[in-house]
Design a protein around this ligand. Structure first.
Ligand SMILES: C[S@@+](CC[C@H](N)C(=O)[O-])C[C@H]1O[C@@H](n2cnc3c(N)ncnc32)[C@H](O)[C@@H]1O
Length: 283
């Protein structure tokens, strides 16, 4: 309470706000326009208090001086939104199950290609790639010799640690069905509280890696589908345009790009076929 009150008193000048927003934009493409100034102030003021900085100027100087970039990562973490959930935007998983995977598998079987490659770009704390993995295990595994891998990447090392641990509280796992909970989660007790750990069968097909979408992507094409959901919304149009072009290059013909609920490709130059809202196919 006291900390919140004190944090409210730290002033963020326009000059300091622009220094922060320029730095964040250059590094990770997140577009902090002037409308976000109060949000930036509120989120960073807490960080300043915790680290005993009295002014933004002193804090910014410290961030710039920190050559290993650790403090900068902490700054980015506190400004970016990691909100996610299991089977978020259920229509994407229904589409995979009912429409896309049966056709993909049929096509691949004919070509005797049993490899399925997926990318969850901006995977946050892991719920998205684990939901994809469960869907693939249910639809694909157990049907012969499929080789399935999901690459899950994020810019935040802290959130990736959480994702790799793969341990979630009871509320977070609520979207899973009873059968999925039994099959793909292991229940433990920590200080009498129930927690649920992602089972090995799911973990084994997910590989977490640190990746900044603004930099190089050391990823082998072709991919069968890409989830980049609720990430591009933080970027400006030119950055979104460049990402969409790069996703196109990585996808196989017939591959799918899934975007977040408020991220249509309207206003972006692209050659994808529209399948249904937020689902795009490379012809
Ligand atoms: C709101 S979460 C979305 C999580 C998940 N895709 C979903 O829809 O539930 C956005 C994620 O994008 C990540 N992110 C933001 N900028 C990024 C960048 N330049 N490169 C990689 N990841 C980034 C954030 O760290 C955060 O975990």
């Amino acid at each position: 309470m006291m900390e919140t009150l004190l944090a409210q008193n730290i002033v963020l000048s326009d000059k300091d706000f622009y220094r922060i927003s320029d730095l964040v934009y250059e590094h990770c493409g997140i577009n902090l326009h002037t409308g976000k100034k109060e949000l930036v102030r509120a989120r960073l003021a807490k960080l300043l208090r915790q680290r005993n900085f009295k002014t933004f100027q002193k804090y910014i100087k410290y961030v710039f001086a920190d050559k290993n970039g650790k403090e900068f990562s902490i700054l980015i973490d506190s400004l970016s939104t990691n909100l996610t959930s299991f089977f978020r935007e259920k229509q994407h998983f229904d589409f995979l199950r009912e429409k896309f995977l049966p056709l993909l598998m049929e096509r691949k079987r004919k070509n005797r290609n049993f490899r399925i490659r997926v990318w969850s770009a901006g995977c946050s704390s892991g719920e998205e790639p684990y939901s994809i993995a469960i869907t693939l295990l249910e639809e694909v595994a157990g049907q012969g010799r499929w080789d399935v891998k999901i690459l899950a990447t994020d810019i935040s090392t802290t959130i990736l640690d959480t994702a790799r641990k793969g341990v979630y509280g009871p509320k977070r796992i609520a979207p899973l069905s009873g059968m999925q909970k039994n099959k793909y989660l292991m229940m433990h007790r920590v200080n009498r509280e129930k927690v649920f750990e992602i089972a090995g069968s799911v973990r084994n097909i997910v590989i977490f890696k640190h990746l900044n979408l603004m930099k190089d992507w050391p990823i082998k094409a072709p991919l069968d589908f890409i989830f980049c959901r609720n990430v591009m919304i933080y970027f400006d149009k030119p950055t979104q345009q460049s990402l969409v072009n790069r996703f196109w290059d990585l996808l196989d013909s017939g591959g799918i790009l899934f975007t977040g609920h408020s991220e249509s490709l309207t206003g972006i130059n692209h050659k994808f076929n529209y399948v249904q809202p937020t689902i795009y196919m490379k012809p």
